[in-house]
Design a protein around this ligand. Sequence first.
Ligand SMILES: Nc1ncnc2c1ncn2[C@@H]1O[C@H](COP(=O)(O)OP(=O)(O)OP(=O)(O)O)[C@@H](O)[C@H]1O
Length: 608
Amino acid sequence: MSKNKSKVNKNALSRFHYSTDQVIDKPFNWEQLWRLLTYLKPYSKKLLPLSIVTVLITTAIRLIIPILIGVYTLDKAIRQKDGTLLFTLVGIIAGLYVINYIANVLRIRWMNELGQGVIYDLRKHLFSHVQWLSHRFFDQRSAGSILVRIMNDINSLQELFTNGVINLLMDIILLAGIIVILFTLSPELTLAVMVILPIMFFISTSLRKNIRRSWQDVRIKQAKLNSHLNESIQGIRVTQSFTQEQENMAFFDGVNTETFDSWKTATKKNAMFRPMVELTNAVGTAVLIWYGVHLIQGGSLELGEFVSFAFYLGMFWEPISRLGQVYNQLLIGMASSERIFEFLDEQPIVDEKHDAMNLDDIKGRIQFENVEFSYDANRKALKNIDLEMKAGQTVALVGHTGSGKTTIANLISRFYDPTKGEVKIDGINLRDVTVSSLRNQISIVLQDTFIFSGTIKDNIRFGRPDASDEEVRKAAEAIGANEFIEKLSGGYDTEVEERGNVLSVGERQLLSFARALLANPRIIILDEATASIDTETEVKIQNALKKLLAGRTAIIIAHRLSTIRESDNIFVLENGKIKESGNHDELMDQEGDYYELVKSQFKMLEAM
Ligand SMILES: Nc1ncnc2c1ncn2[C@@H]1O[C@H](COP(=O)(O)OP(=O)(O)OP(=O)(O)O)[C@@H](O)[C@H]1O
């Protein structure tokens, strides 16, 4: 460990705002536990009963063996010098140990299968649910915080389902069995050794709680470290370009030190646990020997009974300790499941009507009728929008940053529903159609093309996974992307990493056009790239664009004058309102907002 950990400037951490949503110790919630246990249902026919049966077998054997050794072997067979009984007892004990061994192997295997199965189902359920949630859900959370719930929170339930639930049954039976047997063997000795109960109680409540909290703190710090690591690696290019590596290292060191310190505290407390348990056992054993011998001498206890008693007393701590552990797991599980259920209870805000119809074979006419929209209660992103985009037209949306261009595109794809008014395609209100049939008609090409891990080929057929290799190649050829693809070492089979960092901006654009063309939508929404690219690629992209847009309704959030000029219609937006509309020449003649915008924003008037 580095020696300068303590020297790290705590202020270095101030930039890094990690919003922890991990809560230490949630009150026990039966309803939530019940909901969690419903995930055991698919296993209620086979794995669950099988696990329970093996648990019962192993528990019963563990309870029987000390009696067989003490009371029967010592007090009966040996004292009465009964060789046959001794032989039979040894055989029975050996047989029971073999059965116990087999049952234990099966118990561990089945319980693990059960636990892993539940975790698999839960993670699948959560991921598939989150996938369908609306944009608003993702607007409000970082990818990291969603990741933490799908991975960490579900992982923390793993122990509970793998061991906790079934061990609970085993420990309750074991504890009850031990207490009953101890009292049967010698009520006086049982009462005497119970002096250790208050110490046991202290260890399994206060000390455990303290230790649990320390480990929860470690987990929170680790989540913070993960989150920082994620941000650091994602933003490494920016960090390097601003030469902020030292600062970043200081952040990292700070978070790392916090994690290390919390871990040190937790292990220190943890280290107290075992010795405390051993001390309790020592006290128990001392009482047992002192009082047990006294009882034997008085003739009220047999030696064999005493030996059995000692066995059971040795076993007594185990279920208590494990019950404490299960309780811990339950509390940790409560906090995690609350966060998991919060996501599962989240409903898509774009709701489908039960009688929603499919939008098939559309022409592509888009209308906004008196549309108003707010992302949040405070501000309106769109106000009284009335517009029409004719089928097959190319429409440019222009306006200053934040004027509402992307919002219009978001409403056409129904990522959000308007707060007021209606958005229609071919005269049909989008609220009346199924979301999937609508989105099947639309392709969206964003500025920042997302390239998924996989091959170039897979990326092109992302919207139409059933497309053949030939169709993929034709789409790429039509767009003019085949030239650069064929130059890649593996051609169409080249593996591209997530986000396609190995491809240039222009190449990524061409790839996204090919992807959109292959999907063959009636409507294209395009957020034109603002990044400047070389003239040759620019020409290629403009040609590709013509191919892509031909015969479709296209809505372009336009950043290039060349695109705007070629559009059939232009809507000029300002503060969520349409200020002007018409084609380029008409709008230039008006010498209004568009004229000013072109003059100021595009600074290319002289090129016209
Ligand atoms: N997810 C969101 N949650 C809350 N407010 C948002 C969200 N997205 C956009 N806004 C706000 O809505 C307004 C319109 O944003 P919009 O993205 O439509 O603008 P834009 O014209 O596309 O801008 P740009 O050209 O910079 O992309 C802005 O004030 C923006 O801050």
